[in-house]
Design a protein around this ligand. Structure first.
Ligand SMILES: Cc1cc2nc3c(=O)[nH]c(=O)nc-3n(C[C@H](O)[C@H](O)[C@H](O)COP(=O)(O)O)c2cc1C
Length: 226
């Protein structure tokens, strides 16, 4: 069994999976562990639709891709990425993106391949299980704390998954089309999609799964005051 530190260090986002759903029993174990995620006032503001139905996943993906093809940039409940990118985050985003394209030998100007790679998000990278995490709109109306809680919940899911040999990819790409997801799934009006997590068995042959973007040094992100 991996230690917590090993689980943290071994996890990385995988973007190519075998066409195999995660067994229900394992999903339940992941959720039971993730349920222990702390949240302010023990609010547990997450509400999840765990989908392993290929037709439903295809329907969601089709709806998002057709929205994108209509030229719609987003149709969302929350704005995930900064509206104005500033450094050093802007630079980190560029380095991370260009590193992936370089690994995959995709030219900087090859917009079509880049678009297809982004669309892969909505084909769930070939996986057959996706967790869609919502919260009650009332939780995020004039407050942001539930977003912190649900972010911690995301990491719990991803770390717990590893214990069962399940890999993951968190998705903000679906956040950007949260209203489309909600429409296809006919979720109650009070719910807002925050993000999704793809879960499955990584395709070990896929070059894209070897991508592990570096992290900044400790000095850049932490200041000790002893
Ligand atoms: C909230 C969140 C949203 C993300 N959205 C996407 C996404 O839509 N598509 C994708 O391929 N990766 C997505 N990622 C993965 C990040 O690109 C990745 O975590 C980062 O580059 C670090 O790489 P690693 O996860 O492999 O360590 C997301 C990560 C987070 C935490």
């Amino acid at each position: 069994m991996p230690t917590v530190i090993e689980a943290l260090k071994n996890r990385s986002s995988k973007r190519a999976y075998l066409p195999k759903p995660v067994p229900r029993e394992i999903q339940e174990k992941i959720f039971n562990a993730a349920a222990m995620t702390p949240s302010g006032a023990n609010m547990q503001p997450w509400k999840v639709l765990a989908i392993s139905n290929v037709d439903t996943l295809t329907k969601i993906g089709d709806a998002i891709i057709s929205k994108m093809n209509e030229g719609v940039v987003h149709d969302q409940f929350i704005q995930y990425y900064p509206v104005k990118w500033v450094n050093p985050y802007k630079k980190r985003r560029i380095v991370t993106g260009s590193g992936l394209y370089k690994l995959m030998e995709v030219d900087r100007k090859d917009d079509e391949t880049r678009k297809q790679m982004w669309h892969d998000n909505f084909r769930w990278f070939g996986a057959q299980t996706v967790f869609f995490v919502f919260t009650d709109k009332a939780n995020i109306d004039e407050a942001q704390g539930a977003l912190i809680d649900c972010g911690a919940y995301m990491q719990s899911i991803m770390l717990a998954a590893q214990e069962f040999g399940i890999d993951t990819c968190p998705q903000g790409s679906t956040t950007e089309f949260g209203k489309v997801v909600a429409e296809v799934l006919e979720t109650p009006d009070n719910l807002a999609l925050l993000y999704s997590v793809v879960l499955g068995y990584e395709d070990k042959e896929a070059k894209i799964n070897t991508y592990q973007p570096a992290r900044v040094s400790l000095e850049e992100s932490v200041t000790f005051i002893d």
